[in-house]
Design a protein around this ligand. Structure first.
Ligand code: URP
Length: 408
């Protein structure tokens, strides 16, 4: 069955908020549903061609049982294909990725274990659907197993969500699924590092298709913007820019705020990544106009695939907090707008998932496209790393003088 993101409702109506009551929502379901509701079929084809680089729609069929499961369990499911040209000397290198966006499952004043378990229950159904569609690599959103509590600046009880990157609750839960389905799973969590002073990190754990943790990456750039008070909880990561060689290709993770830093994206490319996942948590009003630009631009500049994943929903906290902007104290973080999407190295992209609903976006990628685009555009050949290494080395010296040519 072919899924058409354009035919859903334009506005969401009501939702159960995180304190357990019904709330009205006038959120637009997705920019893509807005566009497709406004355009004729032929104009929509032109929109897809001109704006998204999708010459034809390249949607993939989804099994009826998974469409039914998505319907029943209230998540969106969509699947797209990114083919590459046939080559004489290399076979196609086809991999299916599944990116998952989710809201929290229970109010934030419930016991920690209950909150986690509620999220596990919904993720289980979505990963099962992904497996049934032959997905090889799943990536979850930033801090997927908890509410995004960092707006509060409270340590209790939120630090209790932190867990070991080798055998914490969520890693154990996902290891089993990785083995069962023979898939690689990227699990971005709040990490507790007992071996190093019980410190907390924002970490993506990579579990291979045999259920083994093959490594982790810690978020390199920590935001200090709006209510994203993450620096109260953890430092900038110390793991560099690792690329993980998996059975299904070379993958890397650029966690959320790192997407604003082109050099962060660059280094994953320099280290050979073919797919870079960007698990995120960001809210409308702050970043939504940037969302479609940054991961897409990174795919173009670095000739790799990018998968941008944002959490979804409006989270409320038991105690009021302020945003340091003179406005009244409040209990809501804002609206996490989902809109997860995938971009190919040629800059073509999928429509986004919903702004208001959990979702699974499946993309079938031919990794041969990475090299084909490098050959065509020559961005790696012309990137002049030596020039910038030299200039940056000078720029970080305390006595650096900016290269400004001033009028006499
Ligand atoms: N989670 C996170 O780093 N959010 C910061 C806000 C943004 O980058 O849009």
């Amino acid at each position: 069955m072919l899924y058409d993101p354009g035919k859903g409702p334009r506005l969401s109506c009501t939702y159960i908020n995180n304190l357990g009551t019904m709330a009205a929502s006038n959120e637009i379901v997705s920019i893509d549903s807005l566009v497709s509701h406004s355009l004729s079929d032929s104009d929509l084809d032109e929109f897809n061609r001109i704006y998204y680089g999708r010459k034809d729609k390249h949607s993939l069929a989804i099994k009826t049982e998974n469409i039914e499961s998505a319907d029943h369990n209230n998540f969106e499911i969509a699947a797209y294909d990114f083919p590459a040209q046939k080559e004489e000397t290399r076979s196609p290198r086809i991999v299916r990725v599944g990116i998952i966006q989710n809201s929290i499952a229970t109010p934030t004043n419930k016991p920690i274990r209950e909150q986690k378990q509620g999220i596990f229950n919904k993720i289980l159904k979505i990963i099962n659907a992904a497996a049934c569609e032959g997905v090889n690599i799943v990536c979850l959103q930033e801090a997927w197993s908890m509410p995004f509590v960092f707006c509060t600046r409270e340590k209790t009880p939120w630090c209790e969500f932190a867990e070991s990157a080798t055998d914490g609750e969520s890693v154990q839960f996902l290891k089993e699924l990785a083995v069962k389905h023979g898939m690689v799973i990227i699990s971005p969590i709040l990490e507790r590092d007992e071996a190093h002073g019980d410190t907390i990190w924002n970490t993506a754990v990579v579990i291979n298709d045999c259920g083994k943790v093959i490594g982790k990456h810690r978020k390199n750039h920590i935001p200090r913007v709006g209510d994203f008070n993450e620096s109260t909880y953890y430092f900038e990561g110390n793991t560099g820019h690792p690329v993980f060689q998996t059975k299904f290709g070379k993958i890397a993770i650029n966690i959320c705020y790192g997407r604003h830093h082109p050099l962060n994206w660059l280094m994953f490319g320099v280290n050979g990544a073919e797919i870079v996942f960007n698990p995120s948590a960001t809210v409308s009003g702050l970043s939504e106009h940037l969302w479609g630009v940054e991961a897409r631009n990174a795919a173009i500049a670095n000739s790799y695939y990018t998968c941008a994943i944002n959490r979804v929903g409006t989270e409320q906290y038991p105690n009021e907090f302020t945003s340091g902007d003179g406005k009244p104290a409040h209990k809501e973080f804002g609206h996490f707008y989902g809109s997860s999407y995938v971009t190919a190295p040629d800059g073509s992209r999928t429509p986004g998932l919903s702004r208001v609903k959990d979702g699974l976006l499946i993309a079938q990628l031919d990794l041969n496209l990475c090299r084909q685009i490098k050959d065509k555009w020559g961005f790696t050949m012309t990137q002049r790393l030596d020039l910038y290494a030299n200039s940056l080395h000078k720029a970080v010296q305390p006595d650096y003088e900016q290269q400004i040519i001033r009028p006499n």
